[in-house]
Design a protein around this ligand. Structure first.
Ligand SMILES: [Zn+2]
Length: 114
C-alpha cells in the first residue's frame, strides 16, 4: 500500500497472537466493525546517515482493520538500522526503536472509552 510519494507501507502482523513481545499491549477489536484481528502496518520513509555514518530510517507504525479499513493514529520516529544489531549500546534522544514506535501505535489504537 502506498502511503505517500516514496513511502511504502506493509502489513507486519495480522493479530495479537503474532505481536510477540512480552510487554506489548494487546490489540483491542475494531471499534467500528468489531473485527477481532486488526493488523499492524509499518511504513518506511526517508533514509539518511548520522555523523557516525550509521544508516537512519524514518519509520511509521499504525493499526488498521483489514475488514473495514479503519485506521488508528500514526506513531513515527527515527530508527538506527545499525544499532538495531547492537542492542546493548545506549541510543540518543532523537532516535527510537521499532518496538517503542509500535507500542505507541498500539496504545493509540486501544485508547477509547469502553
Ligand atoms: Zn473494522
Amino acid at each position: 500500500m502506498k502511503y505517500r510519494k516514496g513511502i511504502v507501507c506493509n502489513l507486519i502482523k495480522g493479530n495479537n497472537d503474532a505481536l510477540g513481545e512480552v510487554n506489548m499491549e494487546r490489540l483491542k477489536r475494531c471499534p467500528f466493525c468489531g473485527y477481532e484481528k486488526p493488523g499492524l502496518m509499518m511504513c518506511k520513509g526517508r533514509k539518511f546517515v548520522n555523523g557516525l555514518d550509521q544508516p537512519i530510517e524514518q519509520h511509521k507504525w499504525y493499526v488498521q482493520c483489514p475488514k473495514c479499513k479503519a485506521r488508528g493514529s500514526v506513531s513515527s520516529g527515527k530508527v538506527n538500522l545499525w544499532s538495531d544489531l547492537n542492542k546493548d549500546l545506549p541510543i540518543p534522544g532523537w532516535q527510537t526503536t521499532d518496538d517503542q514506535i509500535k507500542s505507541i501505535a498500539v496504545k493509540l489504537w486501544n485508547y477509547r472509552i469502553d
